[in-house]
Design a protein around this ligand. Structure first.
Ligand code: SAH
Ligand code: DHB
Ligand code: MG
Length: 224
């Protein structure tokens, strides 16, 4: 396992370098986040670019993110926006939001991004009742226990043809264990159970390995 992990890291580093994935603003965001004591659980550089490519491919002009942390994935997604695009991101912890604000400012993306500080379920519910214009792309990456709630609310906030991406849905394979006692994995499985019945989306899961271990994404497209 140790062997595998170091190879996954080496390949992530290889592509990060070979494809010029990271730049100084992205590296700076990770460095500032680490200095501020934030957990080192942002998406990897390769995954950040993947999110950005998906958002661009979807033609996303309005992006919603659930779980900002230090704004690393936020920078990637904000950079995918066309001129006049907007990104709304939700973060519970005011300290994380403050670090994110600084990182977004340094990356030159702050003008496109609104950070809502507070429990994401409340923020998303307020967006639903506030007749927020629909989003084209949603990235769900906050507390896994609430994925079902976030997905249900995201579905109400996403336009037909829009894409909803969920992070951390594999968890070293534990997601396939129906007896799992990990509440985070139980949260993911509850969301998958909804997806299995939900006729308004077409979904798949992609397993990933890399610098952040063995995990994966769900991609769910809202039918037109
Ligand atoms: N998307 C980020 C990583 C997010 S980590 C990146 O890849 O760069 C998950 C974040 O969700 C943490 O910052 C955590 O504070 C936040 N979070 C946890 N519970 C939350 C809640 N109930 N509402 C909003 N954010 C929450
Ligand atoms: C955790 C959360 C994340 O969003 C992530 O990408 C990796 C790990 C966690 O809470 O452990
Ligand atoms: Mg994550």
């Amino acid at each position: 396992m140790t062997d595998d992990t170091s190879r996954w890291e080496a390949v992530d580093d290889y592509y990060d370098d070979a494809l010029s994935i990271s730049d100084s603003a992205l590296r700076g965001a990770l460095a500032r986040s680490a200095e501020a004591g934030l957990p080192e659980i942002a998406v990897t550089p390769n995954q950040g670019r993947l999110l950005s490519l998906m958002a661009k491919s979807a033609g996303a002009a309005r992006i919603l993110e659930v779980g900002t942390l230090g704004g690393y994935s936020t920078i990637w997604l904000a950079r995918a926006l066309p001129a006049g695009g907007q990104l709304v991101t939700c973060e519970l912890d005011p300290k994380h939001a403050e670090v994110a604000r600084q990182n977004l400012t340094d990356a030159g993306c702050a003008d496109l991004v609104t950070i809502h500080v507070g429990p994401a379920a409340e923020t998303l519910s307020a967006l639903v009742s506030g007749n927020e214009p629909a989003f084209d792309f949603v990235f769900i990456d906050a507390d896994k226990e609430s994925y079902l709630t976030y997905f249900e609310l995201a579905l109400k906030l996403t336009r037909p043809g829009g894409l909803i991406v969920l992070d951390n849905v594999v968890r070293k394979g534990e997601v396939a264990n129906p007896e799992t006692t990990d509440p985070r994995v139980q949260g993911v499985r509850a969301c998958v159970e909804l997806l299995s019945r939900e006729t308004r989306v077409e979904a798949t899961a992609i397993q990933t390995v890399g610098a952040k271990g063995y995990d994966g994404f769900i991609l769910a497209r809202v039918l037109e």
